[in-house]
Design a protein around this ligand. Sequence first.
Ligand code: SF4
Ligand code: FE
Length: 487
Amino acid sequence: MMRVKNAGDYRESLQELSPKVFYMGKRIEDVVTHPVTRPHVNSAAMTYALASSRKYQDLFTTTSHLTGDRINRFTHIFRNAEDLITKVRMLRLLGQKTGTCFQRCVGLDALNALYSVTYEIDEKYKTEYHSRLKEYLKYVQSNNLMCVGGMTDPKGDRSLPPSKQIDLDLYLHMSGKNAKGITIRGAKLHQTGAVNSHEIIVMPTIALGEEDKGYAVAAAIPVNSPGITMIFGRQSNDSRKFEEGGMDIGNPRFGLVGGEATIVFDDVFVPWERVFMCGEHEFAGPLVERFASIHRQNYGGCKGGIADVLIGASAAIAEYQGLAKVSHIRDKLTEMIHLTETLYGTSIAAAVEGKPTPSGMFYVNAMLANVSKQNITRFMFEICRLATDIAGGLLATMPSEADLRSPEVGRYVEKYFAGAAGVPAEHRMRVARLIENISGGTALVEAMHGAGSPQAQRVMIYRQGGIEEKKRLALALAGIAGYEKTE
Ligand code: SF4
Ligand code: FE
């Protein structure tokens, strides 16, 4: 694997890897240039581009605690609250610059979750997972690699554990083992950034019991390993990516959400030095929780940045339509800002209230991280609702770019979609398309289910909610016998 120094190297490195990716039943030969994957590559490339620009050095790079070298922050193990705060700030800036998902956080969060959990497995079993992970981390850091964090299994009948499924491959598991390593079999769904990552880090997706220990596997695999096949998912309006111009995509350069794919593992070989959990089933639950909480904390950052773009687009279209000074428009923009800053504030709070784990990895406050993601599942809908309200019906009825450019009808589109004070129709249409892109179907599904569906957060919120302790507080104040002590 080549050392990736900038966005250009990143694109080249993907072409060199040439993973096996399918879309609409056909092989994508080059994810960098194919119209359907190119925008996602561009978005992830920003994590490299901004790190190599002098202006953003401090935000995007830091010092490796393993080697002392300067590294990209997307490969860093969080050492303190400041690291977690800086991460959220970096994600917000990237959200502002791309208006979409830039995908690279998943691998970062997987590395951090594994860093702390492998340490704890080794403490209990005297295994060597943590030192293996440290070696692997050095490799990722020194080559500046992008990893996809493979977590979500197909899950089949969700009322049954992995080993009781009709098809035993519905959760990824170990399918073979020898002196050199293991083979793994199964699939991971909804994988953000999979087709344009260098490495896949697989982890279990649920807590596992003794009978499911064959499913307790964590490992890292290059994306082009034999036995790996990816199937790129469809998004709303994805056929627009094949049209001339690209204006109707709304965000032509960076596309829509993360570019999710299904990854199939057909007895993929993994050498022992890349295996970080193998059968220690009681650590599957903590690994899932840690990864999920770390990732959930991100959303106030990245979605905050995207919401900033939506606020800007809504303000612009209101201006284009001659409504900039209308009081209810200002009030709606104010509400959007309020919700966005609330999202951001909770993410920052989850960092500030974090605690170190025994491995030295600094862990978010899990309660606040889950609250932060739960807010996203509501507030992004409200922010998008307000943007749709401000923009108006043209979001769903506007003619296409082809109509605008048409020799027959173009002049009508120009004339009737022109904005206030000579704003050309094209400007108004471009901004409206951007609002459609961010507030439409696929992006809202991502806000709802990305980093775990709302119920997954509610389970953790309740579990960490300290109900018994809160009950004691209330009963003491109410003067119930046996609870009076207040000190
Ligand atoms: Fe990063 Fe946000 Fe995309 Fe998750 S949804 S990978 S946190 S940008
Ligand atoms: Fe996501």
